[in-house]
Write a protein that binds this ligand. Structure first.
Ligand code: SAM
Length: 227
């Protein structure tokens, strides 16, 4: 499984961001959940601490915690990056780039602390979409945050293949956001992907969520399989 480590590994999002991005209810949180492209988010660590069932998968999990730590952005570079792009974001969930850095840094530290034991327990699994090493219907819900539509390096066919694969392993899939990169513009792949999923008899809806940090980024895709 190849991994390009010339790129910085982003700081992870926190549990509250996941709850907002995916409109997770208290019933949802009790489900068997797969966090696809989980990266350095603290979702798995925090959910496990609360007694819930989450498995996260990502190609970076082939690295050790120390290797991941070595590829994180510098704290001040992270703040400066958001200072430079301040107008692209709504500053109500986070009041400033420095408060955002504090939240994401703490989330990432929680992930790094949890990672070695989580690996041993099988809660962190090295895997790369669009192929997942899980059984059909193993999960109730698969989540995918900030990977499929924002990543403009992915081929046109990638989001469809990835969502179809997530639907194989989970009864329901939620993807957030639907924007292309940092542009604030909806991904050009979105409508063709929705049309093809419907064509293949999946139930698809776009749902507005309460979480909006990137301006225009307040929609998630919800897909239910054909079971
Ligand atoms: C922007 S991060 C998002 C991390 C986390 N979901 C969050 O919201 O904080 C994108 C993640 O996608 C992962 N990724 C890259 N290629 C992938 C692939 N083919 N399959 C699954 N994850 C991948 C990266 O390693 C990275 O951790």
């Amino acid at each position: 499984m190849s991994l390009n480590l010339d790129e910085v590994i982003p700081l992870g999002r926190c549990l509250d961001e996941y709850i907002g991005m995916f409109s997770l209810t208290s019933s949802d949180l009790k489900l068997a959940i797969l966090d696809c492209a989980g990266g350095t988010a603290n979702f798995n660590a925090e959910m496990t601490r609360q007694g819930q069932k989450v498995i996260s998968c990502d190609p970076v999990y082939q690295l050790t915690a120390e290797q991941i730590r070595a590829h994180l952005p510098e704290y001040h570079d992270f703040i400066n990056g958001f200072e430079a792009s301040r107008p692209n974001y709504l500053w109500n969930i986070f009041e400033s780039p420095s408060q955002l850095a504090e939240v994401r840094w703490n989330a990432t530290q929680k992930f790094l602390k949890d990672f070695p034991s989580g690996l041993q327990e099988g809660r962190y699994v090295t895997a790369s979409l669009p192929v997942l090493p899980f059984e059909n219907g193993q999960f109730d819900l698969a989540l995918c945050s900030h990977f499929l539509f924002p990543d403009t390096h992915l081929s046109e066919n990638f989001p469809l293949a990835a969502i179809t694969e997530m639907c194989r392993v989970a009864k329901q899939v939620r993807v957030f956001p639907l924007l292309q990169s940092f542009s604030g513009v909806e991904s050009e792949h979105l409508n063709p992907v929705i049309a093809e999923l419907k064509n293949r008899s999946f139930t698809v809806e776009i749902q507005e969520v309460a979480y909006q940090f990137q301006i225009g980024g307040n929609k998630m895709l919800r897909v239910r399989g054909r079971m």
